[in-house]
Design a protein around this ligand. Sequence first.
Ligand code: PMP
Length: 434
Amino acid sequence: MSTDFSRNAQLFERAQASIPGGVNSPVRAFRAVGGTPRFIARADGAYMWDAEGRQYIDYIGSWGPMILGHGHPAVLEAVLRAARDGFSFGAPTEREVELAEEIIRHVPSIEQVRLVSSGTEAAMSAIRLARGATGRSKLIKFEGCYHGHADALLVKAGSGLATFGHPTSAGVPPEVVQHTLVLRYNDIEQLEAAFATHGADLACVMIEPIAGNMNFVRASVPFVKRLRELCDQHGALLVFDEVMTGFRVALGSAQSVYARALPGFQPDLSVFGKVIGGGMPLAAFGTTRKIMQNLAPLGPVYQAGTLSGNPVATACGLATLREIAKPGFYEALGASTRSLVQGLQQAADEAGVPFASDCEGGMFGFFFGPRLPQNYDEVMATDKERFNRFFHAMLDRGVYLAPALYEAGFVSSAHTAQDIAATVQAAREALRAA
Ligand code: PMP
């Protein structure tokens, strides 16, 4: 029995009776940081209010989608109008076509997309398509990258890295992950060794180009360059999982960030979610027309969905994409995010706390350690206890950061300079306290 009789604690207790762990997605339970999860009653702009009426500056943004903040008027209007016309038809609509065209317009590597309802579905379908198109079975993923909870992707490294992995979840038979090779992020040597051994059998390599599921770790430019070369040499498809980075780090997504350093660079397949749905269940995967022709009803790779391209979700996504495509949007978002990260860094430096931070567009990360980690092991070697104390000290001061050190943070266009300044001031106090 909890001794905390607050409304959040009461709700959490009640939730645990009817929902396993009291939550519908594990990280919401605050297991990593301890304490009572906040039950959110409503949100507006950059703020959320919990069941006790306490206000927070929101740096989770529903784990990425809320790039315009909560309840943006143009998005809200589009959603309400769409809802009045019907929730779901199970038949094609003009708006799906518009959303597909909008995604294609901003991401040159994509000629066609298919819409689905979650990032998990999109990543799972992209893998099936890559396998179907190449006629090969094996795939590479990297330690610390998350691609949703499809069986073949719930894998951690085996006894040594570069061996076939072990399931990270009960209920995933070892045979199901026997084709999934898990490598260390940013390790070129290991990548070369894996291609030398398995290159001819590899359907694809899936990567988060800027990993947001081990806080914030960039794939280095030389690593991405080598990855592209090796995939080309061996006929494997390079899949960028941009569920988090897509339309978040730049209008052209993370692939456009790498194309700045590597002219002409493109992945083969891309996976999107989060921002393209603006907070509604919507995700997508896309690639060239030629590869996409393998999908049903045209080709032999089966993929489908009752709510795929849902009319209310597509209205939400389309209105969001139209807002973020306006001139100057990413310049302003990037400037806000940089000022937050610089402010946090300065506060930590003043407090003499080892701290490293990075950001791109509206996505950021920070670590309690002297330098930016390059892979999962290095992330896990940063100071977790200090992160947990800092998280709670910030939450007590009305700043809602992700409740685990291995998650990225998100700034929206609704965050004002004042919000950022208040956050940095809270961090000064929190760093002294923590
Ligand atoms: N890929 C990445 C990079 C993600 O960050 C996530 C979710 N955080 C997913 C896939 C899975 O998306 P969803 O939770 O919508 O299934």
